[in-house]
Design a protein around this ligand. Structure first.
Ligand code: ADP
Ligand code: ASP
Ligand code: MG
Length: 417
């Protein structure tokens, strides 16, 4: 008998009919002889609404109370799924984060899981009870509720699978991981397999199909992760005998991938904001005076470009941060203005980061050259560049997002036939 964690995202539990659909997926796995734990998200849109309410209540609010409010959506869906399963004659019990408990650190709003005590859960599962777990939430050392960051139910599921030594199926509204977001590129192709490393880059560079931390956790604990659709009818394309590795995308070790492409996927992130310091003095120590205060204020800087100065005296310096951090970053720079010395400070959010990702880049030259050529051919100006061993990211005008992603998708031979 194998243990299985099944995770269902917001669109998959958006109403009672969809919750019944989820229950029939669970029933299929139970009848196939699996011990099942189910992790659920809140109904689609619920968490957004809860976040809006906390902001409307007070722009600057206590992070502990934020977590208490925004974790509420998962309590509803876990209870409703348990009721639905019971109605079908399947033994089931709902579990909130603190009831298991899922222990986290105290970074409210984006807490990290430190450990899950699964003994009780295991006993119940051994007795044939389905555990329905509220995703996205845990409990801090001081017993307050925490949440794991947006999209965090994926991480709840993987952490639970690691603790239970189970495999993990992530059911969502697309039937796998695609070469790029299938909602903007119709020619996107479903990948049968993708390595943990590439998936980690895809997720952190904007492909929200899996939360970045969930991939990190799956990679470290070697949890076999399968991304699949909750909308295929049970008994349809799924084969209960085939332990889930058929229809979706398997996220696995590099060694388990037979055919490795040079570029596996393209991601984009609109969550980039650009800050430009115009005519900064071009002398030693200036960068430290800019980035020191930003880091002291826990503002993560992503891309940095410094132009060569024409006159040897001043230069423009541009860096990017997340949208949420933009106004704080501008304030920090303004405060340090007299020490830094610049003529003007400009912030904007009309930029997007587009990235090409592939393990094959380690051994193939020319990937970056092709990227730059494709963008040049489309007349798209590159504002910043960063690279790592397996990815190249560029910053461009947001208006060109779809054009750039589509053109690159074609250029790297990723289009489906
Ligand atoms: P859930 O609510 O199930 O967690 P999400 O909305 O968080 O679902 O993630 C699924 C979405 O991720 C898809 O609807 C799709 O638009 C988006 N997505 C972005 N990039 C990719 C990709 N490369 N492959 C598949 N889906 C992607
Ligand atoms: N409901 C939470 C969110 O919307 C967690 C999740 O869906 O994974 O971010
Ligand atoms: Mg999600």
């Amino acid at each position: 008998m194998s243990r299985l964690v099944m995770k269902f995202g917001g669109t998959s539990v958006a109403d009672l009919e969809r919750i019944r659909n989820v229950a029939s997926h669970v029933q299929r796995e139970v009848e196939a002889g699996n011990q099942v734990a189910v992790v659920v998200s809140a109904m689609a849109g619920t968490t957004d609404q809860l976040v809006r309410w906390t902001r409307e209540a007070a722009a600057l609010h206590d992070a502990r109370e934020y977590d208490s409010v925004v974790s509420a959506g998962e309590q509803i869906t876990s209870g409703l799924l348990a009721i639905t399963l019971q109605g079908m004659g399947i033994a089931a019990r709902s579990w909130l984060g603190w009831q298991i408990p899922v222990r986290t650190d105290d970074v409210h709003g984006s807490a990290r899981i430190e450990g899950i005590d699964v003994e009780d859960l295991k006993r119940r599962m051994d007795d044939g009870q389905v555990a329905v777990v509220a995703g996205f939430q845990g409990i801090a050392p001081d017993n307050r509720i925490t949440t794991l960051g947006r999209g965090g139910s994926d991480t709840s599921a993987v952490a639970l699978a690691a603790a239970l030594a189970a495999r993990c199926d992530i059911y969502t509204d697309v039937d796998g991981v695609y070469t790029t977001d299938p909602r903007i590129v119709t020619k996107a192709r479903k990948l049968a397999r993708i390595s943990y490393e590439e998936m980690l880059e895809m997720a952190s560079l904007g492909a929200k199909v899996l939360q970045t931390r969930s991939v990190e956790m799956a990679m470290i604990n070697r949890v076999p992760l399968q991304v699949r659709s909750s909308f295929d009818p049970p008994g349809g394309p799924f084969d209960p005998q085939d332990h889930g590795f058929g229809p979706g995308t398997l996220v696995c070790g590099e060694e388990d991938i037979v055919e490795q492409q040079v570029v596996s996927g393209i991601a984009y992130s609109k969550d980039e904001a650009k800050v430009t310091l115009v005519r900064v003095e071009d002398k030693p120590g200036v960068a430290a005076r800019i980035f020191g205060p930003l880091s002291e204020n826990a503002i993560n800087v992503d891309m940095i470009v410094q132009n060569v100065s024409e006159d040897g005296e001043t230069t423009d310096l541009t860096f990017t941060v997340t949208h949420d951090d933009l106004s704080r970053a501008m304030d920090v720079i303004r405060d340090a203005g007299s020490e830094i010395g610049y003529q003007d400070l400009v912030g904007s959010t009309d930029v997007v980061k587009v990235s090409v990702i592939g393990i094959g880049m380690r051994s193939h030259a020319g990937v970056a050259a092709k990227m730059f050529q494709v963008l040049a051919d489309k007349g798209i100006n590159i504002q910043a560049i960063t690279t790592s061993e397996i990815k190249i990211s560029i910053l461009i005008d947001a208006a060109y997002t779809e054009l750039a992603v589509r053109a690159l998708h074609t250029a790297y031979d990723l289009d489906s036939e």
